[in-house]
Design a protein around this ligand. Sequence first.
Ligand SMILES: C[S@@+](CC[C@H](N)C(=O)[O-])C[C@H]1O[C@@H](n2cnc3c(N)ncnc32)[C@H](O)[C@@H]1O
Length: 261
Amino acid sequence: MEPPVAVTTTHQASEGAVRAARRIAERYGWPYLPREGRPLLREELGGRKGWIVVGEREARFTAADGSSFAFHPGLAVVRIKRLLAGCPDPLVKVAGLGRGDCLLDCTLGLAQDAIVAAYAVGEEGRVRGVEAVPEVAAVVEAGLQVYQYPETAVVAAMRRVEVVPAAHEAYLASLASGSWDVVYFDPMFRRAVADADGITALRRLALPLPVSRQAVAEARRIARRRVVLKERRESSEFARLGFTVVWQGRRVALGIIETSY
Ligand SMILES: C[S@@+](CC[C@H](N)C(=O)[O-])C[C@H]1O[C@@H](n2cnc3c(N)ncnc32)[C@H](O)[C@@H]1O
């Protein structure tokens, strides 16, 4: 059997980075390789699917073939700055997010939408993201804790996003009815056509499946207010899954299913 992904730090890592790396290793059941200023040995990495390196400001997964995927907040930064300047954000508006609300993001990816949502709901609210690919979940979970940015509102929002490494189908089934205000889906399915938000590196690892009707049925049971779907403009997914399109951008659109409790 292929040895598991290993977790380590950059070689002069701070205590914070070491703590974050150890926590990820323990949580995902992967070995932690201490650096303490030394280079990693070939025999420590050989044969593995890849390894995760947590640094002062970055977390990165490198696959055995040399390709890599790092956490970065991408467009979330611009979107939060726009919100700070009083401009509306389509997802925040369509989801109807305000202070104290809670949003369950069923397709976390790079957590860009989750970070914006965490800013919108503030400290009193809650944002949790579910990600099926463990390497993606782990890099994003560590990155959300160590990534630095001059705008404190962006950093505070990143630190508040909770990460659950799981397939949303199984996770949704474990939740109580009416336990979240909004349940959100942004599947990878459509991305072969539209790829405008820096998600290319994620594509190699991400699960490319459409959202199932069963998952939407569970989301309707769990959401107190609405279920939101992001898809390509003109996507037949909205109709297939029972969503009404309420916002259209240049490439993507947002649809909702209202729920009531
Ligand atoms: C398009 S990306 C999401 C991007 C995200 N909204 C953002 O702003 O960064 C979709 C992500 O959902 C994950 N995913 C796909 N199917 C899933 C499932 N059934 N359960 C949990 N995660 C899933 C993929 O692995 C991928 O990382």
